[in-house]
Design a protein around this ligand. Structure first.
Ligand code: BG6
Length: 459
């Protein structure tokens, strides 16, 4: 623990919402139970008119078994809920008068409400050291992200702003750093001389899961690619940072993202958007996406998105990076696959199946696999494919616990810097524009299939 052990408060705006119950509170419970958080007061605020007992019950359910651990039990015992309109300065003042020690204000709210709450905070005197913690999507375009950044830095300095991307709290995602920079054998091969292509895929069995209110306005591109998958791309393509000092590390990520753009520049060639139709996924019969409750069919929200990107640095020029994420896909596939170029030639006399070497970094289940070719058993001159696999468990903390630890420690290492949030929108903007204008038509795929025709994926 690097916080100084003095009391802190986590104030959640939007405490009655889905994100708080599903991800934030379970992550917090695990962090508290691990003894890795400061003595913490938890305040919930939301538009629902809940009484304290109802809120405490929600927190207790979300903490699960962690509620028994002493620090979690203490926070649970003292937690309070305020019904409030968080876009009003007087309500925010009332909430802030109840905090103890340094406060982290977590905006578990839709982006438009977050922006209004921040506007209201301009009229509120904040306790010393206040931190603002924001969820994705951070803005809806490069310019709105820049405007939000300007607004936030009028409230607190940049180092007190934590833009959460929980993928940066996933141990396998962070493992990319160890894999690349703590080994001699992979890093020298990572570049256009040896790499043919890179696929970063996060296809899920999950469908809408009752999240229309959020998802229908976001879509797969903003929900997964502009945020999480570009963070993975940055970790895979950045140069070795001199240290994990947040300034140095985040500079290295920003540099890689600044060099990233749409492959070939034509969204018709380098992007795909699709939406699921009715289908069977395991034993679940899913309706058309547009028939799901709360969906507005006129929005044409995509449930699967693909982009091909170029990272125009000396190291990566000429290597396509294919990013894809889809909902209601049969094959739940969550991995980055680095496909290497084939050997220049095979010695005459060696024959059999060849194929490229591939390094697969699995994000769920967490594993690492290396596909390569050897002579294999039997005929010694007949080649066989083989896979070396390492399975490793998840990290000690769930991703939300990990990123919250950074917040309480005042350590922005795992949060997204303001300029990077803008870069990530800049990268996808040619695509969002082309999609909005109808230049790239939306296509369908049945729920429970492997996605639409015309995928750019190689593997
Ligand atoms: O696998 P995880 O950690 O739940 O992450 C995937 C989820 O990440 C969230 O940020 C997205 O909003 C979800 O749509 C997605 O399902």
């Amino acid at each position: 623990m690097t916080n100084d052990g003095s009391a802190q408060t986590l104030l959640i705006l939007g405490a009655s919402g889905d994100l708080t119950a599903r991800l934030l509170l379970p992550g917090l419970g695990a962090l508290l139970a691990a003894g890795d958080a400061p003595p913490l007061t938890l305040l919930g605020a939301g538009s629902d008119d809940w009484d304290e007992a109802h809120w405490r019950g929600r927190v207790s359910d979300a903490f699960g078994d962690h509620r028994e651990a002493e620090p979690a039990a203490r926070t649970l015992g003292s937690t309070r809920y305020h019904s409030a309109d968080v876009t009003k300065a007087e309500d925010l003042r009332r909430l802030l008068s109840d905090v103890d020690g340094t406060v982290s204000i977590f905006f578990a709210l839709p982006p438009a409400v977050t922006a209004k709450a921040c506007e209201a905070l301009l009229d509120v005197e904040l306790p010393e050291g206040t931190r603002l913690v924001l969820e994705k999507p951070f803005g809806t375009s490069a310019s709105s992200a820049a405007a939000l950044n300007r607004l936030l830095t009028r409230i607190v300095p940049e180092e007190k702003i934590h833009r959460i991307d929980h993928f940066l709290g996933k141990s396998t995602v962070l493992n990319i750093l160890g894999l690349r920079f703590a080994n001699r054998i992979f890093e020298p091969l990572l570049g256009s001389e040896h790499v043919e292509s890179v696929d970063i895929v996060f296809d899920e069995n999950l469908a809408l899961e009752g999240r229309a209110g959020y998802y229908d306005k976001a879509g797969a591109l903003a929900d997964m690619i502009q945020s999480h998958l570009l963070q993975i791309l940055a970790l895979l393509t950045m140069e070795a940072p001199e240290s994990l000092d947040p300034g140095v590390f985040r500079d290295a990520k920003a540099e890689a993202l600044r060099a990233t753009r749409l492959w070939g520049g034509d969204p018709k060639e380098s992007s795909l958007r699709a939406r699921y139709t009715a289908g069977k996924l395991g034993d679940r019969q899913l309706p058309d996406y547009v028939a799901e409750e709360g969906v507005d069919p006129s929005r044409e929200t995509e449930t699967l998105a693909e982009l091909v990107l170029a990272v125009d640095t000396w190291r990566w020029a000429g290597v396509p990076f294919r990013l894809r994420s889809g909902k209601a896909v049969a094959n739940s596939r969550k991995e980055a696959v680095i496909t290497f170029k084939e050997p220049q030639r095979l010695p005459d006399g060696l024959h059999g199946p060849d194929g490229p070497n591939r390094l697969r970094i699995g994000f769920g289940p967490d594993c690492l696999a290396l596909d390569f070719t050897i002579n294999g058993p039997g005929d010694p001159f007949e080649l066989d494919p083989i896979t070396l696999k390492a399975d490793f468990g998840p990290g000690d903390l769930p991703p939300y616990g990990e990123v919250l630890r950074g917040v309480f420690d005042d350590d922005p290492l795992l949060s997204v810097r303001g300029d990077v949030a803008e870069q990530c929108w800049r990268i996808v903007e040619p695509v969002t524009k082309a999609w909005r204008s109808g230049e790239v038509p939306i296509v369908n795929y049945p729920a429970g299939s492997d996605g639409p025709e015309g995928s750019h994926l190689d593997v």
